[in-house]
Design a binder for this molecule. Structure first.
Ligand SMILES: Cc1cc2nc3c(=O)[nH]c(=O)nc-3n(C[C@H](O)[C@H](O)[C@H](O)COP(=O)(O)OP(=O)(O)OC[C@H]3O[C@@H](n4cnc5c(N)ncnc54)[C@H](O)[C@@H]3O)c2cc1C
Length: 424
């Protein structure tokens, strides 16, 4: 850890570094720490477990993908203004610079009693601590016909950035002028509240330029736009008049892939040319399979001081899979912040030190309304010992007044910074 990184981690790091003279530090060196999932939460946790332990903790990251593809900014790939290569980063700095052992594989089971993780290749790995950050699982069965329509290629989600993101762009590019691109939004909570509305902007931006007789139809199961509502609606009115048709309280219950028809609760059926159907979401599958989803069977309750599951000891869960604190979004920025709190707490615990009793995290979320202009929302969340949860800090954070290309440049700066912080 260099001086700048050390100062950046503040008091948590100060306490941890002092801990290196403590004999309990031996526990840290012996401990096997596994991290499941190399996304925003897991990759950050793996790196910071190494940094906070001064490279003494043994950290293994298990991730099936060969490289990291960012969901943030992936809507620009759907809209055709950017390429997948621009939002893809390698994993190898985590091993070369930080000594994280990386196994390219999927975890198929976690045995909390025996403390063993099994991989799809048949390898079994023992652990002292496991960090689980598997993102979300899409509930394909929550919409009748969706699974088979998806199999036939009649619908796409592109809610995990990668080949599907490019496939959705190709469907948009192949759509006739005068066609309809429909995006459907499940009831909150779902991964990244503003992202569907940003996607609608990116698709509209493409259509305005290349297929101006076409339409974007947003079928939202929620009562209203769930994030940056006034800003999105103004951008739609100013920039895409007549192009975006926003319909709140439109809950899609069935899909017919052959006729490209969406069945909506109470409302008339709708036909569209491209169907981007987002179903309800749960914690990542491995968290569900391990019995960690003890909040309505959908999300994982954690102790917010160290992100340990309340269902199983020594399993720490991060990111989109957790039951978030009030006003805390399911975002990459937040997963990255949670990972640092968890990594500091795990290292402190293994060192025999008290964990930070009042962690603070923040979130910044940029949404592009066209290829270059952006709006943002930011917030700060402080742990309350009284209520045992993170609470938004009033007066901190804020919202853009209007879209601007200056904020568009900040958004790319944010992305490059968080990729470097997570993987670099
Ligand atoms: C279109 C879109 C735009 C977005 N824009 C923003 C934005 O601007 N800003 C922002 O902060 N957030 C944004 N988000 C949200 C952000 O992507 C997520 O909140 C973030 O990725 C959550 O991090 P995570 O670690 O929980 O999951 P992920 O980043 O999805 O990582 C999960 C990882 O776990 C791996 N995995 C899953 N199961 C297993 C297993 N069994 N074994 C091993 N590995 C496994 C997966 O391969 C994956 O790499 C956006 C999301 C979308 C879809």
């Amino acid at each position: 850890m260099d001086r700048r990184q050390f100062i950046g981690q503040g008091t948590a790091a100060l306490g941890l570094l002092a801990g290196f003279s403590n004999p309990a530090h031996a526990n840290l060196q012996k401990a096997q720490i596994l991290v499941i999932g190399g996304g925003y939460g897991g990759a950050t946790a793996a790196k910071y477990l190494r940094l906070f332990s001064n490279n003494t903790a043994q950290v293994t990251l298990i991730e099936p993908n060969a490289s990291f593809v960012s969901c943030p900014l992936s809507n620009l790939v759907v809209g055709g203004s950017r390429s997948l290569a621009e939002i893809t980063s390698p994993y190898d700095t985590l091993s070369k610079r930080h000594g994280v052992k990386i196994i390219q594989d999927s975890v198929i089971s976690i045995d909390p009693d025996k403390r063993i993780v099994k991989l799809s290749s048949g390898i079994a790995l023992p652990y002292d601590k496991v960090v689980v950050s598997p993102g979300v699982s899409l509930l394909m069965d929550s919409i009748e016909g969706l699974a088979s329509a998806n199999k036939a290629g009649a619908t796409l989600q592109a809610w995990k950035a990668g080949p599907e993101t490019v496939a959705l762009y190709k469907q948009l590019a192949a759509m006739r002028d005068g066609g309809t691109f429909a995006i459907t939004i499940p009831e909150a909570p779902y991964r990244c509240p503003p992202a569907p509305y940003e996607r609608a902007c990116q698709v509209a931006s493409y259509l305005k330029k290349y297929k101006p007789k076409s339409k974007v139809l947003i079928l939202d199961a929620n009562d209203d736009v769930t994030s940056k509502g006034a800003l999105f609606k103004k951008a739609w009115a100013d920039e895409y008049p007549g192009l975006i048709d926003y319909r709140p309280r439109n809950n899609v219950i069935a899909v017919d892939g052959k006729t490209k028809t969406l069945k909506i609760e109470v409302e008339e059926d709708v036909r569209a040319d491209v169907l981007n159907v987002l179903p309800a979401m749960n914690a990542g599958l491995i968290a569900i399979k391990t019995g960690l989803a003890n909040s309505n069977g959908r999300w994982v309750n954690v102790n917010y001081l160290n992100f340990e599951s309340t269902a199983q000891k020594n399993i720490h869960v991060l990111g989109d899979s957790i039951q978030v604190a009030p006003a805390m979004p399911k975002s990459g920025h937040m997963a990255n912040q949670q990972a640092k709190v968890a990594a500091a707490a795990i290292v402190a615990e293994l060192n025999g030190w008290e964990i930070n009793p009042t962690p603070v995290v923040n979130n910044a979320c940029y949404s592009f309304v066209n290829a270059t202009e952006t709006i943002h929302v930011a917030s700060v969340h402080q742990y309350s010992a009284v209520n045992k949860t993170f609470e938004p800090v009033h007066g901190a954070g804020g919202l853009s007044t209007k879209p601007s290309s200056l904020e568009g440049r900040y958004a790319w700066g944010w992305a490059h910074n968080i990729w470097a912080d997570t993987l670099g």
